[in-house]
Write a protein that binds this ligand. Structure first.
Ligand SMILES: Cc1ncc(COP(=O)(O)O)c(C=O)c1O
Length: 401
């Protein structure tokens, strides 16, 4: 069943392991089986199995278990799973029609920016990319055609926050559907639906899956109307995930809470280490007391998460020296896996944002984004210091930058 009523009597960790996942009735298998089938035997002509199972794009029991689990973890009523985070975002665009306008955060994931500007715009949707960290300033962008508010908090890669209660109130006042991309924090850290947001979307490729072995997306909502629209389009558009991928994400979810706690513990210690290092110009991490929205972070998020961004003195050459001298931090796109990764947003994840726009946003050539994994802290510390020392040497060699 994709429907799941939030059962607040059970704790988060319990629901991460059990929600949507009763033992399988034929054998008692404790783990939800991977229903690797495209179709189901019908009970008679025009009679799908149990009145439900007809074709696996429409419904698959492994996918349904994941959908129920994510609905529960996000304190939602309904969940849906798709082929990727972007497939989920794309499905959500079906809540809109040609002529509609969307207010979007100004440093959302580059692929989201590309989906909206290079794909959705040609179907007659329009987008304003604005700083959602100041909700009052959003009033000026609301038009009669505005139908949706799309937020990432913390943002990627600059870790700016948006006050979700204020955002939800603003959206309700203007009758907008509010959407939060909760990829960076996961429901263990932040539950937007409980703060009045209409829809949560995730790249489950990241922390929810947690092991860098699957590409998948999910959404959750409490609104029956939104769910029915999205369920219809999940089937009509067809960007569903496969059952094995759904199973991998479900397996990841079982350890979400212990992983997220360790990610945050390692990230907090490493962010503090960086603030004191001479190679570093600036550290972005909502767990540092000099983060401009530290108070909001304390109120809205259980922990500051596992993502840390740094600006290195010496620009691109320092960033290159740092990243190429790492032995543990793997130079790779993506984030949220158990292993630590290093990304250079301007060249890698955010290259699809035009250079002048990147400069406006502060995505400079010296900026690196670290996805802090759950390896032994001392090993990460040694590796990061190795990188920072290499950056310092490179900055000395190119002082003019
Ligand atoms: C915050 C955020 N949202 C959405 C996506 C897109 O997800 P996917 O790569 O699963 O399509 C990403 C991917 O990097 C992301 O970081």
């Amino acid at each position: 069943m994709t429907h799941h009523s939030p059962d607040n009597e059970l704790g988060f960790e319990t629901r991460a392991i059990h929600a949507g996942q009763s033992p399988e009735p034929v054998t008692g298998a404790v783990t939800v089986p991977i229903f690797q089938t495209s179709t189901y035997a019908q009970e008679g002509l025009g009679r799908p199995y149990q009145g439900v199972y007809e074709y696996a794009r429409t419904i698959n029991p492994t996918r349904s278990a994941l959908e129920a689990c994510i609905a529960s973890l996000e304190d939602g009523t309904y969940g849906l799973a798709f082929a990727s985070g972007l497939a989920t975002a794309s499905n959500l665009m079906n809540l809109l029609s040609a002529g509609d306008h969307v207010i979007v955060g100004d440093d959302v994931y580059g692929g989201t920016y590309r989906l909206f500007t290079a794909v959705m715009q040609k179907f007659g949707l329009s987008f304003d990319f604005v700083d959602t960290s100041n909700i009052e300033s959003l009033e000026q962008y609301v038009r009669p055609q505005t139908k949706m508010l799309w937020i990432e908090t913390p943002t990627n890669p600059l870790l700016k926050l948006t006050d979700l209660e204020a955002a939800a109130a603003f959206a309700h006042r203007h009758n907008l559907i509010s959407v939060v991309d909760n990829t960076f924090l996961t429901p263990w850290n932040q539950r937007p639906l409980s703060l009045g947001i209409d829809v949560v979307v995730h790249s489950a490729t990241k922390y929810l899956g947690g092991h860098s072995d699957v590409v998948l997306g999910v959404m959750a909502t409490r609104s029956r109307e939104i769910y029915e629209n999205q369920k219809f389009h999940q089937n009509a558009v067809g960007a569903v995930c496969g059952p094995f991928d759904a199973w991998l994400v479900m397996r990841g979810l079982k350890t979400l809470s212990v992983r997220m706690a360790r990610h945050a513990e390692n990230a907090t210690a490493l962010a503090r280490l960086c603030t004191a290092h001479p190679a570093v110009e600036k550290v972005y991490y909502p767990g540092l007391s000099d983060h401009p929205q530290y108070a909001l972070a304390q109120r809205q998020m259980r922990t500051p998460g596992g993502m840390v961004s740094l600006v290195l003195k010496g620009g691109l050459e320092a960033a290159r020296a740092c990243m190429e001298s790492f032995k543990l931090f793997t130079l790779a796109e993506s984030l949220g896996g158990v292993e630590s990764l290093a990304d250079h947003p301007a060249i890698m994840t955010h290259a699809s944002i035009p250079a002048d726009r990147r400069a406006e946003l502060g995505i400079t050539d010296g900026l690196i984004r670290l996805s802090i994994g759950i390896e032994t802290y001392e090993d990460l510390r040694t590796d990061l210091l190795r990188g920072l020392e290499a950056a310092a040497r490179a900055a000395e060699l190119s002082p003019a930058i």
